[in-house]
Ligand binder design. Sequence first.
Ligand SMILES: [Zn+2]
Ligand SMILES: [Zn+2]
Length: 559
Amino acid sequence: MNITFFGAAQQVTGSCTLLECAGKYILVDCGLPQGNDEQESGMDLPFVASSIDYLLLTHAHIDHSGRIPLLIKDGFKGKILTTEATVDLCEIMLADSGHIQEMEAEWRSRKSRRAGRGSVEPLYTVEDAQEAMQYFEPCAYDTIIDLGGGTKVRFVDAGHLLGSSSIEIWLKEGNEHRKLVFSGDIGNFDQPLIKDPEYIDNADFVIMESTYGNRLHRKPENAVGYAVPTSVRAQELADIVERTFLRGGNVIIPAFAVGRTQEILYLLRVIIEKKLCPSFPDFPVFVDSPLSVKATNVFAGNIFGYMDEETMALVNKGVNPIIFPSLTTITAVEGSKALNRRKESCVIISSSGMCEAGRIKHHLKHNLWRPESTVLFSGFQAGGTLGRSILEGARHVTLFGELIDVRCEVAELHGISGHADQSGLIKWLSSFKEEPKLVFVIHGDKEVAPWFASFVSKTLGLRAYAPEVREHFNLLDEATFPAAKKVDESVLSYLRELSEAVALLKKEESTLLSVVSRLEAAGREKGIDEKRAVRLTNAITRLASDLEYLQIKWGADPD
Ligand SMILES: [Zn+2]
Ligand SMILES: [Zn+2]
């Protein structure tokens, strides 16, 4: 009875864990790695696809489902079990992912041919994605499914995305029985639209996410228990819209087309209905993504059984919770381009959520350099993605081969996160009545997952461990289990400070590059106007003071 961690191990993306029990192979999630995780792990599947009997899928997000078409292409002939809503969402999301893969391969091929090399094959195509759908078998929540040979599974609502689940798995090998619980992505409490995560009370092994294991979404004094009421979230968003529009800019929201986009629409409907933006009561909102439009339809079709009480109360009154008169959805490319020629301020929601692909990149290109606009992040940004560098304060970024200054306001909506924060994760884990033998902490950054594992052992007294990619364990051989690591608090605080210093250095590196390129440009033009000289001097002064701060804090002792 073995477990192998093939992805999201000290990483956030590319979820993929393999179980091997009594000659049966069960995969839990088959996600696409993004950003640094892609560089680290590569895209190829590190096992024989044809040997897998079952794939159990926690939810439709691409970092959990994105390599399913590749799995089929590589020879998988088993069954994919997941909830009905996840099947519906995967149908549109995997096809969209296939489209992105095709576009990317085409772009790379053009480059490669210009350099005298051959063309680049896409990871998979739209057709591969469509082909994959015949392997899906929809399952109901809270129902035990017998896979034979003593293996059983049950999907439980994880409150993270429409159809998202935690999965309970019962395994049997000889006379040995073990129960595993995969948390999937654990939802935030009191999110708009969907239900809260459900609790599970027993397991021998828990495999849990830790995306925000080191963070609280709200300062404790602002949180009402764990709940942030919709009105508070709506007000936070309304304030950002109001101040951006007063400056004459746009609010650009990169968002997962599925889930996050619909939650933001829900808040925007509340804002307009309650007139929370006094100067712009009926401001225009554009959802620019063909995928979002399709996903919004899936949401509409799955309202019963999935939505929370607040949403159901609206539906019963005849109100569509995510539609309002000043909302326009755009599918055609022409309409998308026309948005960038608009003079009046507007809110634009577009994907992808981490700014790595899709139409959002065009909207960033047209707004990042405008001090009057705001780029508003509403979801987790993985390391190495464009979204993360903007969020961490990059002073300029490269888009479509062009250097773009970042002068807009960069903001983050914390309350709307799709993931439980540290307190939510601990609350979820505390629901286990008997101590699990071992808690594997996955789906968290390199700095976060091991830290959260030690936090779990310290606060709950459980044995917890954050595995690395490709690490594997025999679940029947307790003697080989990793010991709970004791992490020294002072070391941790140094590590945190050090990572802050590194972030600051990264930021200053980009400033320095931008100053150099501007000086070069000025040199070419043989002259520099006064305003520009002042801006450059300011940038250099900021740079110098940051460097001085780092020198004082981390530099060698002068004695
Ligand atoms: Zn997710
Ligand atoms: Zn995830």
